[in-house]
Design a protein around this ligand. Sequence first.
Ligand code: GDP
Ligand code: MG
Length: 484
Amino acid sequence: MQPLPPPAAQPGTPPMDPVVAVLDRALRSLAAPGGDLVGHANRIGAMLWSPPRIVVVGRLKAGKSTLVNALIGAPVAETAALEATNVVTVYHDGAPSRAEVVGHDGTRRAVPIDLRSGAPVEISPVDTAYVDRYLPSAAIRDLTLIDTPGLATLTVANADTTRRALIDGFAQTKDASVDADAAVFLFDSTPRADEVAFLRELGFTPLNTLGVLSRADGFGEGAFGTRDPIEHAHEHARRLADQLAGQVLTVLPVAGLLSESARTGRVTEADARALAALSGIEGWDLYRVLSADDPAPMTAPQRDRILDLLGEYGAVNGRAAAAQGAHALAGWLDHVSGLPVLQSVLHNNIGAFAAVHRARRILAELDTLASSHPDRDHIRAVTQQARTDPAMNPVLLLQALRSMLATDPHSPVTAELTRTLQARTDAERVGLPPGAGWDQVRGATADRIAWVQRQAITTRSAAEDAALTALTVAYNLQRLRLGG
Ligand SMILES: Nc1nc2c(ncn2[C@@H]2O[C@H](COP(=O)(O)OP(=O)(O)O)[C@@H](O)[C@H]2O)c(=O)[nH]1
Ligand SMILES: [Mg+2]
């Protein structure tokens, strides 16, 4: 039997997240009596220690698989103008490159991989809960990515596939569930209400849902319009972020195709040369080259390849970078694609929050174990101690937020919970800018405590009551931390 992983407090590693630390301690105590409890602690520990799992959802052809390829840096997810993805696929870092099909009953079966496309062959969507795809890639070492078929589209069956793998799977057969910690939600103009509802149904909150305005390179009037489409997409994304404030963490414009071409090494020196040859051709003449049967000074196959790799936007605006060679062109493509920003939000905001989301699942596992194991008193004591540890306050806040979103999403208490959970600093937690002084933060913390007390007089529901209790603990902990 494998021992538990060592505590993360090794020299040079960042300090352990407080929630992770509490759960880690709980699992070590769980294993202490030995016997089969060691195995249980390891099994549950795997939920705690595996990288955050991020599911990519959105309508058919929104650009999900393209984005997954760009993030992985390899063309592993099939992309096409037609529907290419019809099963949920979980991408993990691992060697050798292989695929396992997981059935609805949790059984696993290795399947061969098509060496040319990298896709698993012979998969029957009907019998498949999801596919575990392993490939050696540093890009997914700290982040597991999950590609899904389109949702709420003409292919209702695909929305069902996603729903089954993400919700029913979790409720019915733990092994057949992909247990996502966060969602990247792609849409190309404004998300539809039914799509947002679908995400709620999947159990995601505004804290772990990142909106992506996809295909930003074709936004608005496109490459030949009067405005730069990517700039236009940035402006629209900011507006959407305000509009969807209660639904998503933020909205980022992304042109996945540009980054996919750059990061998967598809852009060659020959492409850069062909594109640079269009320097100096402007307006209608440029439009003709990119659309006419005879695209001189390019050949038709050259032009088609450029459009496949870079789209019209990349072809029109990438010419200056192309003149500096393929490396400069790839760097420019990646930069304008918005992918580096997306990646940093995934790692810093969404990834860091995964432990809080997992805590609920881990505590539920411990409860289940307690109900069936002869050593139930020990397991209950361990679970109780973890639950009541002050460091677990974010877990209570999140639980409260979920209930409030379900019962009273527009209550000021819901907004208060969201801000408190999102905050990275004491200042932010009480609504102050990051540079606020100690005195100010202390004063604002006292104000928040007074506000919560006032709200408590007129509590409207059990959910609000629980939320106010969790907020009181959060602000009192902060007051203690600030001292004075
Ligand atoms: N111009 C442009 N095309 C894109 C972008 N992302 C995806 N596409 C294209 O849109 C089509 C569908 O993309 P795909 O990733 O398979 O969508 P999915 O169904 O959501 O997985 C493909 O032909 C892609 O090349 C983008 O950012 N810009
Ligand atoms: Mg796809």
